[in-house]
Design a protein around this ligand. Structure first.
Ligand code: ADP
Ligand code: MG
Length: 691
């Protein structure tokens, strides 16, 4: 292996490469575009494209693709080769500025939620010059946004970039009030990624994993995660080799993979990168998931990114660590040392508290998928109720503010400015409340509800826009105030008082919390169909329209897409269940009971004792009958699906899923009494405890 600094970013057309390969003025023009979003001159684009192509070809690339993030799935790419015929019948490797800036994939098979009429199925992709191009599998990948010809967005990146602009604009206004001249504010994200690694041979024998990403059947293994011996335990050598290669591949792509460790559940692991600007973090996380899957295959594993692949052990999440910082390098969620910077910190903190309270529904919606529904609210992941944990130190400050009294601690009295001083908050106090969905961890917030397979753009679009809105309101109020300090104190006290109901420092997994949350008036949107209708609530339509992030038609189309995806997911699961029941599980149970009955028939005339077989065959036969009935019932549920998508989603949730569960519960009982050699699939023990 090459030395890490040499390896790092070696497959990325990054600023260092640009500087080396581009004429000075072109480099400058491109840099300006990257920093300010200014449009790129076509002449400049041609030179950039040529340099990019030369660099890519010299690194073994033969193709290029506009790499984008449609509204479903991981990422999409359509490969074109660089070849262009030359007059002498040979080919040259060619790539123009036009090809770099704009692509036109046939987009008819990507979901648009009704935005595009089928006669105008094309969309176009537009280069996002702020995210570096890279080489993957001999292909130059150009990060792009994806739009319809009528200008509506069809991807997750465009609204993310818009939301970043929105929060920047408002934060710059607020900072100006504190006498700070900054040009741009960016949100930063470090997504911790959880995943399972299982043996490829086992995976190949589980149609449920292959078709749905999760096990639809499987009795619990005698051992689960109760000993907690996997968490931070030593890493199996095969897994270690996988992690090493994964790190190497990610480093080549300029991804700051930093921490790799085991998680709580058997064969569950986590990868945490060093944080970066949100759109880059989102691109990198998408790439990370893809590379994980590929590298796993090379090591005889399959990487499962489903939120709940196994019942009875933890599912996988993706913690979205989020903060806001200025182009001058200041982290706005870092409590300051001086009263003035504390005041500024408190204002941003207040904006986040207010945003999370007022837009709880959007945060919940941003993580709503069929897979994640199995996780939220179970005793392992945050509940479906959005609340915030800010730690004891900050809570004391907030309480003092609300009650209008100075802090007890003498060192923390009211300062000249009338703003409370913030005590020194220990960094990384994240471990103190792992049950909170939205926790302050010293200089950033950690949102723990996202599921492992989610595109983090979804979450950050909501967060950025909601906080942008609060900052806008704050800036409006403070800009027009005659006495800034006075107005600031009034605002912070008033807003914290109004939104403190979202703050909860107790046990989010506790049985009392849902009742308490209800008393406080917090939302408890248990499932995707419960959550999604709120997406187009009037306040949310207004929010996104005001900040130019989504138009109403874009939001309605997204709502439609999420529901359709939910419905399709459960439909496929139901059909897979039926298929397994009828073609594998029932036949196995029948074969086993036949063997038992044959044994009885052979032994009885010889007057041999047959109590064991008789009892067993009775039990297996009874359960098999039940299972047959459950399969029939499951099929019946699928015969009367409502047409309308929300109604259908509710039906899948309340009728189809329980029918699947009922069948599973009988099948799992059978798995425990049918002989191993008859059972058609690897067991949970086989899957989770390999060597
Ligand atoms: P834990 O396991 O305690 O939740 P980790 O140390 O595994 O925390 O991960 C913390 C994540 O937070 C890392 O990805 C880190 O880069 C990220 N992070 C740190 N500072 C910031 C910041 N200012 N903005 C966004 N993310 C950050
Ligand atoms: Mg974490």
């Amino acid at each position: 292996m090459k030395k890490v600094p040499e390896l790092f970013g070696s497959m990325v057309f990054n600023e260092a490469v640009m500087k080396e390969r581009l004429p000075k003025d072109v480099f400058k023009a491109l840099k300006k575009t990257r920093e300010t979003g200014a449009a790129l001159d076509p002449a400049v684009a041609n030179i950039v494209a040529a340099a990019m192509k030369d660099w890519a070809v010299s690194n073994g690339a033969t193709h290029y693709t506009h790499w984008f993030q449609p509204m479903t799935g991981i990422t999409a790419e359509k490969h074109d080769s660089f070849i262009s015929p030359s007059a002498d019948g040979r080919v040259i490797m060619d790539f123009s500025g036009k090809e770099l800036i704009k692509g036109e994939p046939d987009a008819s098979s990507f979901p648009s939620g009704g935005l595009r009429a089928t006669f105008e199925a094309r969309g176009y992709t537009a280069w996002d010059p702020t995210s570096d191009a890279f080489i993957k599998d001999n292909t130059l990948c150009i990060p792009t946004a994806f739009c319809s010809y009528t200008g509506e967005v069809l991807d997750k990146k465009t609204p993310l970039l818009r939301s970043m602009d929105a929060i920047s604009k408002q934060a710059v206004r607020v900072l100006k009030l504190f006498g700070k001249e900054v040009q741009r504010v960016t949100t930063t994200v470090g997504p911790e990624q959880e995943y399972f690694l299982i043996n490829r041979e086992d995976y190949a024998k589980r149609p449920d994993l292959i078709l749905t990403g999760r096990t639809l059947f499987g009795a619990r293994s005698p051992k689960g995660q109760e000993l907690e011996d996997h968490y931070f335990g030593s890493i199996r050598p095969r897994v270690k080799a996988f992690m090493e290669e994964l790190d190497e591949e990610l480093w080549k792509l300029g991804i700051y993979a930093k921490t790799e460790h085991n998680e709580v559940a058997p064969c569950q692991h986590e990868l945490a990168p060093i944080f970066s600007t949100t759109n880059i973090a989102a691109d990198h996380n998408q790439l990370t998931m893809e590379v994980m899957k590929k590298v796993a295959q090379k090591h005889g594993f399959v990487c499962l990114l489903h939120e709940k692949p196994f019942e009875g052990v933890n599912g996988s999440g993706k913690h979205n660590n989020w903060s806001i910082s200025t182009d001058t390098g200041e982290n706005l969620l870092e409590p300051g040392k001086t009263p003035a910077s504390n005041a500024q910190f408190l204002l941003f903190l207040t904006a986040v508290i207010k945003a999370v309270d007022e837009y709880q529904d959007l945060l919940r919606i941003s993580v709503a998928t069929a897979g994640n529904d199995h996780r939220l609210g179970a005793n392992e992941a945050p509940p479906a109720i959005v609340s915030m944990y800010i730690g004891d130190e900050l809570q004391a400050v907030v309480d003092a503010l609300v009650n209008g009294v100075p802090l007890q601690n003498a060192a923390l009295g009211e300062m000249d400015t009338g703003v409370l001083a913030i005590p020194n908050i220990p960094r990384d106090n994240s471990d103190r409340n792992r049950t909170s969905p939205f926790a302050f961890t010293g200089n950033k917030f950690e949102f723990r509800m996202p599921g492992s397979s989610l595109n983090i753009a979804c979450v950050n679009i909501m967060l950025n826009t909601a906080v942008a809105e609060e900052l806008r309101l704050f800036a409006d109020e403070l800009e027009s105030a005659s006495d800034f300090q006075d107005a600031l104190n009034t605002l912070v006290r008033r807003e914290i008082k109004a939104h403190q109901k979202i703050l909860f420092n107790g046990n989010g997994y506790g049985a009392e919390w849902p009742a308490e949350a209800e008393k406080r008036g917090l939302l408890n949107l248990r499932s995707t169909p419960d959550a999604i209708p709120h997406y187009t609530d009037e306040k949310n339509l207004q929010l996104f329209a005001r900040h130019g992030v989504y138009s109403e038609s874009e939001m309605r189309s997204r709502q439609e897409i999420v529901l359709a995806e939910y419905n399709k997911t459960i439909h496929i699961e139901a059909l897979t269940s039926l298929d397994l029941l009828r073609k594998s599980i029932l036949p196995a149970c029948l074969a086993y009971s036949k063997t038992l009955a044959d044994g009885i028939a052979i032994k009885s005339p010889l007057h041999l004792p047959v109590e064991a077989e008789t009892k067993l065959v009775e039990k297996v036969s009874q359960l098999t009958n039940q299972l047959y009935e459950k399969a029939e019932q499951l099929e019946t549920t699928l015969s009367s699906l409502p047409e309308e998508s929300l109604e259908a989603a509710r039906y899948y949730n309340h009728t189809v899923l329980p029918a699947m569960e009922a069948a599973r519960s009988v099948a799992d009982q059978l798995e425990l009494c049918v002989a191993r050699e008859y059972w058609p699939m690897p067991s949970y023990s086989d899957l989770l405890f390999y060597i």
